[in-house]
Design a protein around this ligand. Structure first.
Ligand code: UDP
Length: 249
């Protein structure tokens, strides 16, 4: 696999997507930009894209091994992911195992309340409308998805949650919540896309409950990159490092 970027076809808050010679494949570049609060708070953190691509790649591999279809094909080099081209669905699918973040601002849950069963929340992905939470009827009326696809998506999401939660626990990380996005591949299958990184998940250290994710940036703390680097070193093993030609994280 070689790094030959085609036309830039999409640019988001933290990633760029490039065409490749194969119309069904794209290259996703993980950038160092970080934003919070609908883009109100912005910065550039050296090596963030590098670590996020390594963490995402490992977690996509774990999901693939559990039989979940993902966009991921491989990393061309740290920072650059070769992926199946998807037509993205404008939904942010958030799964919550422990109460944190906006849920506490909106509802009377206790901080760190552990849910008996995971909560799946769907938000409409739209900067213009500020990502409002929606329900099935609104998602269907907007023409984003069908009732059958919503059922499939819920089932896949629960499996993703269990797989990630179990894997991360073995690496010393608690997964309070995370956001994922899906799209259709060229055969119209619903496939997991986007990324699974400390930008899009909450990760807490299982021993200390220290925050190891973007909440550090949201709160204006220093040490954001140290936390991302720590997650990468906890999640990747020696085999992974060797595969990407790295001696250490
Ligand atoms: N999240 C995300 N992008 C968004 C909103 C949320 O990746 O636009 C992730 C966030 O990192 C967290 C989970 O989804 O892991 C739940 O976020 P929450 O609704 O608590 O919002 P926040 O506290 O991030 O404003």
């Amino acid at each position: 696999m070689s790094l030959k970027l085609g036309k830039l076809i999409y640019t988001g808050k933290a990633k760029d997507v490039y065409e490749t010679e194969n119309p069904d494949r794209v290259i996703v570049k993980f950038r160092d930009d970080i934003t919070a609060g609908d883009g109100e708070k912005k910065d550039i953190l050296q090596l963030k894209g590098y670590y996020n691509s390594l963490i995402s790649s490992k977690l996509f591999e774990v999901l693939e091994a559990a039989g979940i279809k993902t966009q991921y094909i491989g990393l061309l080099e740290p920072g650059y992911m070769l992926a199946h081209k998807l037509e993205m669905i404008s939904l942010e699918v958030i799964t919550r195992n422990i109460a944190a973040g906006s849920l506490l601002r909106r509802f009377p849950f206790e901080e760190r309340q552990v849910f008996e069963k995971p909560i799946i929340q769907m938000d409409y992905k739209s900067d213009e409308y500020k990502d409002p939470m929606l329900n099935d009827d609104i998602a269907m009326a907007l023409g984003l998805i069908t009732a059958e696809e919503l059922n499939d998506l819920r089932e896949i999401t629960l499996k993703i949650n269990k797989t990630l939660k179990d894997f991360l626990e073995t690496k010393g990380i608690i997964l309070p919540d995370f956001k994922i996005e899906f799209g259709y591949d060229c055969e119209k299958n619903i496939v997991l896309g986007d990324e699974i990184s400390p930008d899009t998940c909450r990760y807490w250290d299982i021993e200390t409950w220290d925050v190891l994710d973007k909440d550090l940036f949201r709160q204006g703390d220093s040490g954001v990159m140290d936390a991302y680097k720590k997650v990468a070193s906890m999640v990747l093993d020696d085999e992974d490092l060797k595969k990407w030609g790295l001696n250490e994280i």
